[in-house]
Design a binder for this molecule. Structure first.
Ligand code: HPA
Ligand code: ZN
Length: 412
């Protein structure tokens, strides 16, 4: 998929119109752990349904605990939180809630990670996990045309033998996942620890991705490519420490699934302004924007775009287009589907560029704040419907429960 971008005059899309465009442009999300989309409200609902104790007094107390020093401190809470997930229905509900959010963010393609070992260790059958998630993906496609598939991740703090056993258990549902990944504690668990199981997965025709270069060194990115033959690198931000590696990633067009809010929450970067995503783009890498664990890190994929662009004034409409297009190019889908998604992306940007530079209903000065506030409103909304605003790229969003209607990005 190397067709050059169409002749869109990105300069005609001023920065103040970016929040609305970032929100409504078609997107792919390629790095989302479904267990990391478990919102505290659902934690308590499932805990009550399944008779599981939660060691927090309520939603607010649980959310207040989401203050992480590093990857491990997050993982400890993330694995503990997953204990409320027990039945196929729980996994359906979890994935469905994520997919509803993704649809609202105009995600056309989602490739969703899940961690079977987190659940089988508690006696949950792997079939319950996979079937629940799969049925949600299938329904999202039927209802909204949102194309979603699953990627099974091995926990790298466990042994390769345990990964092999997990693969064996999951194989009866082979047709319900498209690939395998490698996640959990990175430091001290290099990709080469899983060389044999990934070789077996490749023989089975599975796609292969791996987390590398998040907290671990650039050398782990190299071994994910050379030993595991990873087709994409999840995170990969530490590649910048090795200029030869950067050259290789650019030349081979290896996608990096970068997760800005995650990197700030887990202190890979001290704040969003220090995030190196613009440098990665500048180096010609196939960078994509994703949410990782949206419930824990403060936002879904649109929030990641908004916060990133807010903190980096040099990122413009051309960068937004490039990032979204990279997502579709990096997706595990046939060329015809990719071309269809990219055509919709082109249409969104061409439409935005055709509009007059000044608009009688132009965005308020505080466009970014407004956009971010609306994201928060939506995240606390139990149900919503949405429609496209014909004269602007803004998406009209209504909250039936509140009887209110608002329009994204100030397009009122
Ligand atoms: N890194 C590694 N493992 C994970 C992550 C992450 O950001 N999220 C869930 N499992
Ligand atoms: Zn991740």
């Amino acid at each position: 998929m190397n067709t050059p971008p169409p002749a869109i005059d990105f300069a005609r899309i001023p920065r103040e119109r970016l929040p609305a465009l970032l929100r409504t442009m078609p997107k792919a999300e390629l790095h989302i752990h479904v267990e990391g989309s478990l919102e505290p409200e659902m934690t308590f609902r499932l805990a009550a349904r399944n008779g599981v104790a939660v060691p927090y007094a309520g939603v607010e107390q649980l959310r207040a605990a989401y203050d992480f020093a590093d990857l491990q401190s997050f993982l400890d809470l993330y694995y503990a939180g997953a204990a409320v997930l027990r039945t196929e229905q729980d996994f359906f509900d979890l994935a469905w809630a994520y997919l509803e959010r993704a649809a609202a963010d105009n995600v056309l393609r989602a490739e969703i990670f899940f961690d079977p070992q987190t659940h089988t260790a508690r006696g949950v059958p792997v079939g319950a996990v996979i079937q629940g998630l799969h049925h949600a993906c299938r329904r999202a496609h039927q209802e909204w045309g949102l194309d979603a598939d699953l990627i099974l991740c091995f926990l790298r703090h466990l042994s390769e033998d345990e990964a092999f056993a997990t693969l064996e258990q999951a194989l009866p549902w082979r047709h319900h996942f498209i690939g395998v990944g490698l996640d959990s504690s990175e430091r001290g668990h290099p990709p080469e620890k899983f060389a044999r199981v990934f070789a077996r997965c490749r023989e089975l025709g599975l796609h292969v991705v791996a987390h590398a270069g998040e907290e671990g060194p650039a050398a782990y990115v190299r071994s994910a490519l050379d030993v595991l033959k990873a087709e994409r690198i999840d995170h990969g931000v530490r590649c910048l420490e090795d200029p030869t590696l950067v050259t290789r990633l650019a030349a081979e067009r290896v996608p990096l699934t970068v997760c800005p809010l995650s990197n700030v929450k887990l202190r890979v970067f001290q704040d969003m302004a220090a995030h190196t995503l613009p440098a990665l783009l500048q180096a010609g890498l196939c960078v994509t924007v994703n949410s990782d664990d949206p419930s824990y890190f403060g936002g879904y994929v649109v929030d990641n775009f908004l916060k990133l662009f807010e903190a980096h004034p040099a990122l413009d409409a051309a960068a937004a287009y490039r990032l979204a297009r990279n997502g579709f190019e990096a997706a595990f889908a046939d060329e015809a589907r990719k071309a269809g998604w990219i055509a919709r992306l082109d249409e969104a940007f061409a439409g935005a560029a055709r509009r007059p530079l000044t608009c009688s209903r132009s965005l308020p000065r505080a466009a970014w704040t407004l956009a971010l506030n609306e994201t928060t409103m939506r995240s606390s909304s139990p149900s919503y419907g949405s429609a496209w605003c014909a004269s602007h790229e803004g998406k009209t969003t209504s909250w039936p429960g509140r009887g209110a209607t608002s329009t994204d990005g100030g397009c009122r």
